[in-house]
Design a binder for this molecule. Structure first.
Ligand code: FES
Ligand code: FES
Length: 223
């Protein structure tokens, strides 16, 4: 079978040549442009470092001692206590408000220090486990935890003790819990109340029965 010559007609051959020339011209033009751009490109600019985050001056009282610190406003109370004030008794467990290991007492109320920005405590007063007592003079709750073996690894213990101290104050103040049957009656620290009020403090070692004994003993004389 005869294959027609593409150049059999002058028009087809001219078209092929025209396309080839066009491609060559385009390639040459692109190369020239690239080379020119490379030569003309300015050296990469050195970007200045971003301004550091402005620090905030914060004054608060921790364990009876007044502190003035310069902090990033995003600092949590827990990080301030542990990293800047070197009070490592308050523990970082979940860092998400779920375990209670970081519990401290702020202006009389127990809070999860990992969920609270330090700047919210301007002029405030915070008590950590270090401020409750010390080895030579234990707080009654600390002594009860020792007496009743209310811990194993001890990681949750500072938070448990701070929480327990505040629970007794809550009951004394007549603050009901979610399981209080009568919101107008003075709550009693029943086993059910105690379990509910301490439910935000997790003990991975499972020392719960001894923790309940320790708190009940202190509450018996204090609530
Ligand atoms: Fe704060 Fe777990 S570390 S609740
Ligand atoms: Fe270990 Fe509670 S004593 S987590």
């Amino acid at each position: 079978m005869h294959t027609p010559d593409p150049c059999a007609t002058g028009a087809a051959c001219d078209l092929a040549l025209t396309r080839r020339n066009l491609l060559l011209a385009s390639a040459a033009s692109a190369a020239a442009t690239g080379a020119g751009a490379a030569e003309a490109a300015p050296p990469p600019a050195i970007r200045p470092a971003p301004d550091p985050m402005p620090l905030h001056r914060l004054t608060l009282t921790v364990n009876g001692q007044r502190h003035t610190v310069e902090i990033d406003t995003r600092t949590t109370l827990l990080d301030l206590l542990r990293e800047q004030l070197h009070l490592n008794g308050s523990k970082k467990g979940c860092d998400h408000g779920q375990c209670g290991a970081c519990t401290v007492i702020a202006d009389g109320r127990r809070i999860n220090a990992c969920l609270s920005l330090a700047v919210l405590h301007e002029g405030g007063s915070v008590t950590t486990i270090e401020g409750l007592g010390h080895p030579q003079q234990l707080h009654p709750m600390q002594a009860a935890f020792v007496k009743h073996d209310g811990y194993q690894c001890g990681y949750c213990t500072p938070g448990q003790i701070c929480s327990a101290v505040a629970v007794i104050d809550e009951v004394r103040a007549g603050i009901p819990s979610h399981v209080s049957a009568d919101l107008n009656a003075k709550p009693l620290l029943s086993a059910q109340e105690l379990r509910e009020r301490m439910s935000g403090n997790i003990c991975r070692c499972g020392a719960y029965s001894n923790i309940v004994e320790a708190i009940s003993e202190v509450a018996g004389g204090a609530a």
